[in-house]
Design a protein around this ligand. Structure first.
Ligand SMILES: Cc1cc2nc3c(=O)[nH]c(=O)nc-3n(C[C@H](O)[C@H](O)[C@H](O)COP(=O)(O)OP(=O)(O)OC[C@H]3O[C@@H](n4cnc5c(N)ncnc54)[C@H](O)[C@@H]3O)c2cc1C
Length: 266
């Protein structure tokens, strides 16, 4: 019984966001963190491990320094970590990224009881495409926006959180579930975990390891295999400072109506 968790290392956008002249993120000059939704996915995996004895394996596609993040996940209680890395994979858009991660997980081996967890969305790319695309490429059912996961036998029941309510959906394993922050509060690393994390091997899946997988060829990975073309990227102008109206409901409503009328909006 395995849970694969896909985890992305992202620039910390809570501080100063550095943008290059061409409009792309200056990733090298920014601190990196584990993508927040992915920590919720890791926590969900560890809770299922604590209850049912799953083996939890984290998969990250990224450059060498992502190892540090993977060691932190091992210190939280993840059993194994795999870094999918190679210059052939560089420049991949979401289509190629999910192609490569799907091939990597499939190479490790997906069995009947297994679950794949991803974050809903990465805070840098922000597309929320990678999890669902991995499911499509592996031919697995998927449930997105999981705010609660329960298990009975091989069936998982997921509370799928929507803006105006929720859906309860049951799914058989193997399946893909994407996780949101409402799902749980991620645990901290523990001292024993930190000590053990440095003794564990992090396996690297490079191009040679994956090149014979049916999802991988030069036309489906890296920049060449990425159908996305970025026409233009720019930093939107900052919005002006908002206006606060003070007073009771009647006063502020009248004041707002007068302002809108003055601007010929109403
Ligand atoms: C033309 C083009 C070239 C690009 N070149 C590069 C590049 O050279 N280097 C680069 O870093 N980015 C590059 N990107 C960005 C890259 O495509 C996205 O960062 C990546 O595909 C993930 O998409 P996202 O950030 O929208 O993730 P989302 O789809 O929002 O992420 C959802 C979830 O998927 C999982 N996930 C996403 N990405 C990864 C990952 N890498 N490893 C493990 N799990 C993951 C996580 O669980 C995450 O929470 C490029 C994009 C384009 C369009």
């Amino acid at each position: 019984m395995k849970i694969f968790v896909t985890v992305k290392q992202v620039p910390d956008t809570s501080g100063k966001v550095a943008v290059k002249d061409d409009g792309t993120l200056d990733r090298a000059s920014m601190q990196t963190i584990t993508n927040p939704d992915d920590l919720n996915a890791v926590e969900a995996a560890l809770e299922l491990k604590d209850k049912y004895g799953y083996k939890v394996i984290a998969f990250c596609m990224g450059p060498g320094p992502a190892m540090i993040m993977l060691r932190e996940l091992l210190a939280m209680g993840v059993d194994e970590a795999v870094l999918v890395s190679g210059r052939e994979f560089g420049g991949s858009d979401t289509y190629a990224t999910s192609q490569i991660i799907a091939a990597a997980i499939d190479t490790y081996g997906v069995e009947k009881d297994d679950i794949i967890l991803a974050g809903r969305q990465a805070i840098d790319g922000d597309t929320a495409q990678v999890g669902p695309q991995i499911a499509e490429k592996l031919g697995l059912p998927q449930i997105t926006y999981a705010g609660e996961i329960t298990k009975e036998g091989n069936t998982l029941t997921v509370k799928r959180i929507l803006e105006d309510g929720y859906m309860m959906i049951s799914v058989d394993t193997p399946c893909m579930i994407t996780c949101i922050k409402e799902l749980n509060t991620p645990r901290y690393m523990n001292v024993q975990g930190v000590l053990e994390a440095f003794d564990k091997e992090i396996e690297i899946f490079d191009y040679n390891k994956l090149k014979d997988h049916p999802l991988i060829d030069a036309t489906t990975i890296g920049l060449k295999g990425s159908p996305t073309n970025i026409y233009k990227s720019f930093t939107p102008p900052q919005k002006g400072v908002g206006m606060m109206l003070k007073g009771d409901g009647k006063e502020t409503t009248n004041e707002l109506a007068a302002i809108l009328a003055g601007k010929h909006i109403i």
